[in-house]
Structures are given as structure tokens and as C-alpha cells.
Design a protein around this ligand. Sequence first.
Ligand code: NAD
Length: 280
Amino acid sequence: MAHVVPVYAAPMADQTNHYHTGLAGRTALVTGGGSGIGAAIAATLTTAGATVRTCDVDTATGADYACDVSNETAVDAMFATIDNELGRLDIVVNNVGVAGPTGGVEDMNADEFDRCVQINIGGTFRVTQQAVQRMRRQGRGSIVNISSTAGHVPYPLRSPYSASKWAIEGLTRSWAMELGRFDIRVNGVAPGTIAGSRMRGVIEREAAAMQTTTDAVKAAYEDQVSMRTFVDASDIAATVTFLCSDAARFINGEIISVDGHCETLRTEFPDDVRVSGVTF
Ligand SMILES: NC(=O)c1ccc[n+]([C@@H]2O[C@H](COP(=O)([O-])OP(=O)(O)OC[C@H]3O[C@@H](n4cnc5c(N)ncnc54)[C@H](O)[C@@H]3O)[C@@H](O)[C@H]2O)c1
């Protein structure tokens, strides 16, 4: 059988060269990298050899840049600083994603709905726009958008969050088509339920609203997953790092779920929770 050389493949001097996960010499920005999953991603990219910068709206987190990604002026200023400090940007991880309000559509606060969409979709757009302008000049880049199981599975009572994450998956695949020809890859990682403080808070608030125990709520979440487990932030970080590496050089427009295979986000809830307006 004839050996087939992919059209866009660069000549390979060393047959093993393209298939390692090291990121030495690459620069990266992780949004919302001051805590949680973003901090884990930043740490793992650094371990892989990248020079990493984080931004966060919460200055107490100690992130490198104070920036609300939904604020265009703040994003522009951050990228001017990146130009001065790093000179180039190879990797962007759009990790910011706020939970948004919880409740039924008939009871939802419109401002809270708008804010969720503005941060999760608008922030990803603004950061990506600035990053792609630089990656086009460089002739290469990798963008990873953090979605969620709720980005492809309906999530009752969390519709703005779910809508924003379905949008993230649409943006990912659309931008992959726009930018693939320029060797700029755009992929997504969809975390399942992460063990940690954010989820502990969600479970406690759900248990209180539904007048049940935290153990019962946690068990209900685990029951949604084929592997009956939550996942760790480090699992998300490992997949993001792989996607940014040359080992993934022809992976583009993909959303990789790291969730133990979440089958559904359906939970049983009493009717009064539907109109409680409680924010999880
Ligand atoms: N935690 C989970 O169980 C889970 C599950 C699925 C998907 N995700 C997604 O993973 C990503 C990270 O989740 P997390 O739980 O680590 O988040 P988080 O709520 O802990 O927030 C991470 C960081 O983002 C910062 N941030 C919030 N709004 C910002 C803004 N406008 N600009 C800049 N920084 C901002 C926060 O200050 C925080 O330090 C999100 O996109 C989230 O939707 C999380």
C-alpha cells in the first residue's frame, strides 16, 4: 500500500518528534486561572514546559493579570501586556465559565441570565479574537475552550449555563473550520462534575432547597455517570495539555468529554424548587 502523506503535514525530520506532549518554548494564557480547574490547567501546562500566564477577575487569587474577560477594555489591555511580556502567544485556554442562576424559565432573573451569557460566551469571544489576531501572525496556535457536560446534554433549572456551554461547543467547531487552514486548532474539553469546593456548595444548596441530605444529592449526581464518579481538576488539565501538544497536532474541532460518561443531567426536583429562584 502506498504511503499517504497528509496534505498539511510538515516534513518530519524525526519520526517521533511530533508525537510528544512537551510544551517547551510555548507560551500560554489560561483565563480564570487563579483557582479551580483553571489553576490546575495552568500548573499542568507549566509542568509540560510552557511559559504560562493566568488571568482572573478575583485579584485575591494571585493570578498574573487582573481581568474580567467580559470587559473588552480589560481584555485589550491584558493582551497589550502579553505582547510586551511574552512577545507571542501559542496557547489559549478559555476556562472562565460562571454557573449562572438556577431556576425555572418563568422565574428567572433576566439580568442574571444576561450576565451568565455575557461572561461565558462574550468572554470567550473577546479573548479568542485577540488571541487569533496574534496566532494568525505567528502562523500557528492552539485554543481550548472549556465546556461542560451541560454543553451537549440538557440541564433543567440551569438553562442559561447550559445554553452558554452549547454555544461554546458551537463556537469551537465553527472556529475550527475558520482557522484550521492557518494551523490554528480549536478544541473543547467538557468536564463532568468536579470534586471540589464549587460542587460541595452546589450540593449543599440543592440539599437545602430540596429538603434532603447532601449524601442523597451527591448519590443522585453519581448515578448520572456510567462510572459512578466525580472527576478531578487534574484530569481536565491532563486532557487540555494533550490537546495543546504536538501529539494532538491533527485534532481539531473536537469536544472531548472528561466525565466518566455522564448519561444525563436529569434530577428529580419538587415543583416548588422550579419557582424558588434559588441560586445554586
Ligand atoms: N466545577 C465543575 O464541576 C465544572 C463542571 C463542568 C464544567 N466546568 C467548567 O470549568 C470551568 C472552570 O470551572 P471552575 O469550577 O474551576 O470555576 P470557578 O467558579 O472556580 O472559577 C474559576 C475562576 O474564574 C474566575 N472568574 C469568574 N468570572 C470571571 C471573569 N468574568 N473574568 C475572569 N475570571 C473570572 C473566578 O474568580 C475563579 O478564580 C468553567 O468554564 C466551568 O463552567 C466546571
